[in-house]
Design a protein. Structure first.
Length: 455
């Protein structure tokens, strides 16, 4: 399950982007039909292609027992296809042999002292695991020695539950000592048992994803059978949900997942949803400005739901972009425009005498709070919303767009819109005061260095 995004649910660059500038050559083994198994709207091969693209790879060779089918599939389904140059090579036989890999190394012009990463597109693999493997300095294989019980049905029928080889990093020299006719997986198993190949174990990897404020166990599993496909897709969808949510977001979550489960099978992209949501957000601003408060509030409730869809869809289909990373800035100004035009409306109609002043204090305190949150993230490596139980509780009711929209809509419902505007501003100021105080406390507790995530 892929861990992606920043504090809010955005289609941002993923948390498994590679930090190192140079990467070994990449060979993707994509045997049909397993590699073409569809999960949540894209095949395992296309999913692997997108993951390695985010890792920083810009070229790869695909070794397949059905080159024509694989090439046609990639050409039809690939997202950002020009960013990853692919070459195809046909292979024969039931199992990948050492000789086939050696011939591929020669075709890729891998140096005799070089290394290569081999990944099997017949697996689903969390991008964080491939990131860890790509940073290995010695011959290593990616395994899961203790698969979670929830994926047990996906592993039924596998010969070696703890040695499901999804990917490996090997030196050219390793292949020179092997029999060309030997099966690659068999040789890997023998060397793993003898301690000649290190393991990158999914069971030992960090599970906390700071950007999503929750623990997500990285997993790998082979292409699921038709009977287990719904389970695999549910696991992937569940992994897109951020943790430590406010109460409105808890209510939105099942609606967002339902929307994503249908949108993932269409050609609609996360950025298109982001753009559409932004346009609707500007529509809310105009409706509030002209005094159509009820229509504006209902549209704002819809925006609150759609705001979580783009990020979930991006993580589910591995379509994170730099544009998505910047989207939260635009989103913030659109949100602030709502409260600014409400202040204008209530001031010009004479309903709230100090509406502008209230909004300016609200805006200033919100800006200070964002600076305080940023400083905490630098200091402790996680969002202030997820540092302690108290902070997680505050997050449930903290002043945020969803909370403000619900408060204002409720005030409209009881016929007190002016009170709703004043209440949301005061609610925000109170939240901001609490979180600024907590930020000062946390910085005092950790004055000199960034510490590991706090459990």
């Amino acid at each position: 399950m892929t861990g992606l995004c920043i504090t809010k649910e955005r289609n941002t660059l993923s948390t498994f982007d590679m930090p190192e500038p140079s990467l070994p050559p990449l060979l993707i083994v994509a045997d049909s039909p397993e590699a073409l198994t569809d999960l949540c709207g894209i095949s395992l091969l296309e999913r692997m292609r997108r993951v390695v693209l985010h890792l920083g790879f810009r070229r790869a060779m695909i070794l397949s027992n059905s080159v024509k089918a694989s090439a046609t599939h990639v050409a039809k389904q690939s997202w950002h296809r020009s960013d990853l140059s692919l070459t195809f090579r046909e292979r024969r036989g039931a199992k990948v042999t050492v000789g086939e890999i050696v011939d591929s190394l020669a075709a890729m012009k891998v140096r005799s002292d070089g290394r290569i990463i081999i990944v099997f597109a017949s697996f689903y693999c969390d991008g964080r695991l491939l990131c860890s493997l790509a940073q290995a300095r010695i011959n290593s294989a990616l395994i899961d020695s203790d698969p979670p019980s929830i994926i047990a049905p996906l592993l039924e029928g596998s010969d070696a539950r703890g040695r499901l080889f999804c990917a490996t990093m090997l030196s050219s020299e390793w292949f020179s000592r092997k029999n060309r006719a030997a099966a690659l997986v068999q040789e890997l198993e023998l060397d793993m048992m003898a301690g000649r190949i290190a393991s990158v174990d999914a069971a030992q990897q960090q599970t906390y994803v700071e950007s999503m404020r929750r623990n997500i166990r990285p997993v790998l599993f082979p292409a699921p059978s038709p009977e287990c496909r719904s389970l695999a897709e549910r696991l992937l969808r569940d992994a897109t949900q951020s943790g430590v949510l406010d109460f409105p977001a808890l209510a939105h979550a099942p609606i967002e997942k339902w929307l994503v489960s249908h949108l993932c099978r269409t050609t609609i992209t996360p950025n298109q949803i982001t753009l559409g949501t932004g346009i609707l957000g500007l529509g809310v601003t105009l409706l509030y400005a002209f005094g159509y408060l009820w229509v504006g509030a209902l549209l704002a409730l819809l925006v609150g739901i759609l705001d979580g869809v783009d990020g979930k869809l991006a993580r589910l289909k591995v379509q994170m972009t730099k544009t998505g990373k910047r989207e939260h800035v635009l989103d913030y100004f659109i949100e602030m425009s709502w409260w600014a035009v409400l202040a204008h409306h209530f001031h010009t109609t004479g309903q709230v005498r100090y509406a502008y002043l209230i909004w300016l204090v609200f805006f200033a305190s919100d800006s200070l709070e964002r600076v305080a949150k940023w400083s905490v993230k630098l200091r402790v490596g996680r969002s202030i919303d997820d540092v302690s139980r108290f902070d997680r509780l505050v997050r449930r009711v903290a002043g945020r767009r969803n909370i403000y929209t619900w408060l204002f809509t409720f005030s409209l419902l009881i016929g007190a819109p002016t009170s709703g505007f004043v209440l949301l501003c005061l609610w925000g100021m109170a939240t901001e005061a609490i979180q600024i105080f907590r930020a000062l406390q946390i910085r005092c507790a950790f004055p000199n260095k960034i510490v590991p995530p706090v459990s």
